[in-house]
Design a binder for this molecule. Structure first.
Ligand SMILES: C[S@@+](CC[C@H](N)C(=O)[O-])C[C@H]1O[C@@H](n2cnc3c(N)ncnc32)[C@H](O)[C@@H]1O
Length: 290
């Protein structure tokens, strides 16, 4: 059950939900790690501002620049109500509200991340415009046509039933509303063995292709405006990200144990290798609901 005060929606019992949630409960990027890193950097967390926090709380590839690119594509401004699907620790939601003036609702199925996102948002004084709820992206419970923009970053890879997922995102968009997102995509050359490892070790429940996402969006009544292949850029980013996770070794071991760190390191190394060889890639999409 999700925390009551978050006015969250009941999550259907589903083994994929539990497995993904448990995996994110022990993810190296978490609320405690963010606060510890801020303290290490001599930031007074009692006076924390979004301008500082935004450099610590993004859990996707490319940091705040990637947020700006989605904002530019989607035309974010102060009139927008934005839904961030799979909002994690709330980094992108707070960033978009702070920098583009929009109102943001974030949903994520991992209760510990929703609770952390709410606390971090209170710390930077953005709770009046940025709220979070515990919900499954496959069944978000919002009324039809209630948002101007839907965004998501590096999360759809964890979600099965892509057709239902895209349907649910488009359903809540107003006519003319935009869906702007990035995701890890599979390429033709990926082997079954690699796919099984990604599923077991990274919780990549189901991967779509770039063209497959294009077809699903068109089928839901959207016009696909942009499909940017960002694979080469992500390959560079991911090498740095692996080094970043390795730099968190002592914190991760202290919180979750040495065996957990080694397991994570092995899995992430395999994932990064597949992006480097081109078996996996990344894509950024912009679609407009007709
Ligand atoms: C890599 S994190 C990305 C977080 C955030 N988008 C960011 O950029 O900082 C992926 C998030 O997806 C969430 N997630 C995975 N499956 C989900 C689902 N079916 N519904 C909602 N959230 C989900 C996880 O709990 C996790 O917080």
């Amino acid at each position: 059950m999700c925390l009551e005060e978050q006015r969250s929606f009941p999550l259907a019992q589903d083994s994929h939900i539990e497995v993904v949630s448990e995996w994110y409960d022990v993810h190296p990027i978490n609320e405690q790690q963010i606060l510890e890193k801020l303290e290490q950097d001599d930031v007074d967390t009692s006076q924390l501002s979004e301008d500082i926090l935004q450099n610590y709380d993004q859990d996707h590839f490319g940091g705040v620049e990637a947020n700006d690119e989605l904002a530019r594509l989607a035309g974010l401004d102060e009139n927008c109500h934005l839904l961030d699907v799979c909002s994690g620790m709330g980094g992108p939601a707070r960033y978009q509200a702070h920098n583009y003036g929009c109102r943001v609702t974030g949903i994520d199925l991992t209760e510990s991340r929703v609770a952390g996102a709410i606390r971090l948002t209170e710390m930077v004084g953005l709770s009046d415009r940025v709220t979070f709820q515990c919900a499954n992206a496959l069944d978000n419970h919002f009324p039809d046509r209630s948002f101007d923009v839907v965004i998501s970053q590096e999360a759809f890879c964890h979600i099965p039933k892509k057709s239902k997922l895209v349907n649910e995102c488009v359903r809540v968009l107003k006519t003319g509303g935009r869906m702007a997102f990035t995701d890890i995509v599979k390429r033709d050359r990926m082997t079954d063995q690699a796919r099984d490892r990604l599923q077991n070790e990274m919780m990549f429940t189901e991967l779509e292709t770039q063209a497959g996402y294009g077809r699903l969006l068109e089928r839901e009544g959207c016009k696909v405006m942009e499909m940017q292949d960002v694979s080469e850029h992500w390959a560079e980013i991911l090498v740095a990200r692996l080094a970043m996770y390795r730099s968190l070794r002592s914190q991760t071991v202290a919180h979750f144990g040495a065996a957990h760190f080694e397991k994570w390191d092995n899995a992430y190394d395999h994932f990064v290798g597949l992006v480097k060889t081109g078996e996996l890639g990344g894509c950024r999409f912009l679609a407009r609901r007709n």
